[in-house]
Design a protein around this ligand. Sequence first.
Ligand SMILES: [Zn+2]
Ligand SMILES: [Zn+2]
Ligand SMILES: [Zn+2]
Length: 589
Amino acid sequence: MPEILEIDDDEAKRMQQEADEKRAQEEKEHAQALADADRRRAVDAENKKQRAARAARVEEKKKQTAELMQKLGKVDLEDDDNPDFLFTMPKENKNIDVKSLGYEIFVSEEKGRGIKAARDFKVGNLILKAEPFAFVIFDHMAEHVCHHCFNMVVRDRQGQPTTQLLRCSSCKFARYCSRECQKKAWSMHKKECMAIKRIAPRTASDEVRMVSQILWKQAERGEKRAKSEELCRVEELCDHLNDMSFEDVNKLEEQSKEIGDYFGYENLPDSDEYIDHLFGIVSCNGMSITDMRGLQYLGVAIHPTLNLINHDCNPNVVAVSCGPNIFVRAIKPIKEGDELFISYIDTSATSETRKNILKDQYYFDCTCKMCESGEKDELKSAYVMPKEDVSEKRSTYIEKNTDIMMKKIESSKKVQAWERVAAQAGGCLLQQENLFDDTHLKKLMILQTCSEVSAILNHYDDAAQYAERVLAAYEQLYPEYSTQIGMQAYRLGVHYWHLQRVEDAIKMLGRALKHLEITHGPEHGMYQDGLEMMKTCLQERQMDKATLMRIRVARERMGQGKEIDMANHVGNGPINWTSSNELSWKGKN
Ligand SMILES: [Zn+2]
Ligand SMILES: [Zn+2]
Ligand SMILES: [Zn+2]
């Protein structure tokens, strides 16, 4: 009996000891939590003070400007503190050899800065491969894409992910496709990671994150130039603050007030003007990063050299996204001394629409040859009959009805009601059919929709017929070599393949590859995809029908049916922050 008592005693002692330890631990944790809360409160109070001071300075500046405006009436203000970057030659980089680089910066009286060729380029030549100075993945895309290599989560037809991304355990924001990507990204992510935790549970806007990335990169490169700054340092880019409307500048200053909480006030540059300058640079120089097919906007990047290339509605070079890099290739023969032009917008719009967009978003009046001559404008509102035989009333009615239908189609797409989309677009097309030509922009839009939705519903016969008409229209509307023609030919080739029209598929894919080789280049994933598709077709050509069917069924079972998600190309050029946040409509990601 005493033995049992002894054991009980020991047990009681042990339990008492455990309870004591637990209480001590709890007390320690409680004290720690109190200390943390105190520290947090102190930081919050300090942040609040800094924010208020900064906000007061911004308000004061606004008031002064408003007073000045009132005094002077409506005149343009010449701001001495804000040099006109557009017409100023950036500081010369003595370490580059222009001849081997192949291009150089110059300043012209009409357009300001630009880039010209320092040697001849043939059609398809790679002129420059622009690495970003800094980039961010959009907040709403953060969990769908690797923040280092931009690989996307692969999804099956039901939209379920078939691959997983690893999440940064510290900030729970950054995602990576592999440990390797995470390791490589760490030197750039380290500061962002801390900033995300600093502001949590709040989040910073994409613009605040972008400006912070620029500041970190500037601190890292110091007095030296980053590779992307060979012709112009990032802070020498144009902010267009003087061209923006009051509302836009206001919005920008509101954002600029937020940056300290995220970036940390201790390292923030003292000059508020400098921060505003960077926000201005980001808002008009950010280039979109898209997925390989150019279907979805993933984020935004700053490429100082690339940003110097001016716009023309009939450009001689094209810029294509490839991960965070942008490839610039010649689509026309270029002679030494020729200026390089990309198109900032989709050039299929009429000259009037193009001019409005360029003025609104990029602050200049386009005086390119295409705009001056109105070339191809007529095609874009063409009828199938002579103009004098067209009833204007009927034409206006159908155009208006198309706009209404497009809105309805957009809502149907949002809920993935594809049968309804097909009926709506089909009905609209029927109305247009004997009046508008296929190059009429309102009809082209409907034809594209018909083709896309038919493919989604596996009606490849219809999809191919509509796609043929879209391609024919594109060939009239776009320049000889363009990403749009290449991608459309690719889509059509895939439709033919689905229909087992292997010979037609080979011919069409050949056409697609000819374009993609020039616009995207052989190293681009899009070209590689096209090549794979072509190889599949060439193999299948050798087979008899029965073998072919067996192979296709087997491939389908293994989940390797050549499904191809090919909505419309989103184009390239400095990004439009507001509209770019709209995802491509078929994107389930
Ligand atoms: Zn990766
Ligand atoms: Zn992190
Ligand atoms: Zn133009």
